[in-house]
Design a protein around this ligand. Structure first.
Ligand SMILES: NC(=O)c1ccc[n+]([C@@H]2O[C@H](COP(=O)([O-])OP(=O)(O)OC[C@H]3O[C@@H](n4cnc5c(N)ncnc54)[C@H](O)[C@@H]3O)[C@@H](O)[C@H]2O)c1
Ligand SMILES: O=c1ccn([C@@H]2O[C@H](COP(=O)(O)OP(=O)(O)O[C@H]3O[C@H](CO)[C@@H](O)[C@H](O)[C@H]3O)[C@@H](O)[C@H]2O)c(=O)[nH]1
Length: 323
């Protein structure tokens, strides 16, 4: 059985939908940003907080858990700057509780949702795992701290782990039954699609004076189902003992500017966007694009879906959003 913490959230729910095809799954989530409806009905659902040690002990005692996938975190960069305690408490302290309970119960396989935000403002065009990490906000720091803790626990206690540094997760399941639903929504693609549906008046482009070809920030958008399949491969690698400690980037290897993403949304939907230029948003690097060569060469993973497919699937979801 696999425990998925944060499995009612955007990325976790997509992973669960794929994982239930081959494994027994239990989801723990306190639904602060997740949705009960997003959890596949074949998974067991426990509503609870990952920081609650007694509750975790009950889960580990009751179910034969062989691995933990950990998606639960707060992940708004701006909020982390204003309220770092909230971020260190949930993303670091509660994760530490989870790791402690795992070790006490002899569960030694862990897959962690890390982030491109661990790199801060990189000086290279294509970020690989050897690129220096230097987070510029508490959110990125909180994720990098856990990566460090994992390396130390691997050396001292034999904890096996894979940390996956996602770039910009986007898109929705092809069935359009699950997709992205955050309140407030801060991510670019859902915001654009909400505007095209008439739910917002305008799209604000945060900064048009970056050192990029069109002046707007460049990101590497990766389909949420491609992220899910990377987790399945990472789990297989841990369970088969092919890997015992690894960090991988997960991206498409292609960068798109904010303007290019808006244009692609207009192309996919056939609707013209209402766009205004705005001030830069604090903490945004100009360009974040991944090299995912390492996970390709070691586990055979690569992104299968391009930006057009990402937006096509997201559009199907947003037109008939179920939660
Ligand atoms: N969305 C992205 O582009 C992106 C990029 C890089 C990394 N990540 C990381 O991936 C993970 C998932 O991101 P997401 O976009 O699906 O976020 P999300 O907010 O949709 O999902 C997180 C889930 O964890 C749950 N949760 C949070 N704290 C909890 C706690 N203490 N106890 C129990 N449940 C708790 C929430 O209720 C939610 O269901 C996060 O760790 C995030 O930092 C996301
Ligand atoms: O209304 C908006 C929203 C976003 N943007 C821009 O669009 C780009 C993408 O922004 P967003 O979708 O908010 O994602 P990021 O801030 O790049 O962060 C995401 O991707 C990171 C990894 O790259 C993860 O660490 C974060 O958790 C995840 O939220 C950025 O340049 C933003 O400035 C706008 O111009 N207008």
């Amino acid at each position: 059985m696999i425990l998925v913490v944060g499995g009612a959230g955007y990325i976790g729910s997509h992973l669960v939908k794929e994982l239930v095809e081959t494994e027994e799954v239990i989801v723990l989530d306190h639904l602060s940003t997740g949705h009960r409806e997003a959890v596949d009905s074949r998974a067991i659902f426990v509503e609870g907080n990952l920081g609650n040690e007694a509750e975790l002990q009950l889960i580990f005692k009751r179910y034969p858990i062989k691995a933990v996938m950990h998606f639960a975190a707060f992940s708004l960069v701006g909020e982390s700057v204003i309220d770092p305690l909230k971020y260190y408490e949930n993303n670091v302290a509660s994760t530490l509780t989870l790791l402690k309970v795992m070790l006490e119960n002899h569960v030694k396989n862990f897959i962690f949702s890390s982030t491109a935000a661990t790199y801060g403002i990189p000086t290279v065009d294509m970020i690989d795992e050897k690129t220096a990490t230097s987070p510029i906000n508490p959110y990125g720091h909180s994720k990098l701290l856990i990566e460090q803790i994992l390396a130390d626990f691997h050396a001292a206690y034999g904890l096996n782990y894979v940390a996956l540094r996602y770039f910009n997760a986007a898109g929705a399941h092809e069935s359009a039954k699950i997709g992205e639903s955050h309140n407030p929504e801060t991510h670019l693609i859902p915001i654009i699609l909400q505007q095209l549906l008439g739910h917002r008046e305008k799209i604000a482009v945060f900064g048009s004076d970056y050192e990029t070809p069109d002046g707007t920030c460049i990101r590497d958008y990766i389909h949420v189902d491609d992220l899910a399949s990377a987790h399945i491969l990472a789990l297989e690698a841990l369970l088969s003992e092919k890997k015992s400690a690894a960090i991988y980037n997960l991206g498409n290897g292609l960068g798109y500017s904010v303007k290019e993403v808006i244009e692609m949304c207009e192309k996919v939907t056939g609707i013209k966007a209402n766009v205004e230029m705005a001030e830069r948003r604090a903490g945004d690097p100009a360009r974040l694009v991944a090299s995912s060569e390492k996970i390709f060469s070691e586990l055979g993973w690569k992104a299968e879906r391009n930006l057009e497919q990402i937006i096509t699937d997201a559009w199907k979801w947003h037109q008939n959003q179920l939660y």
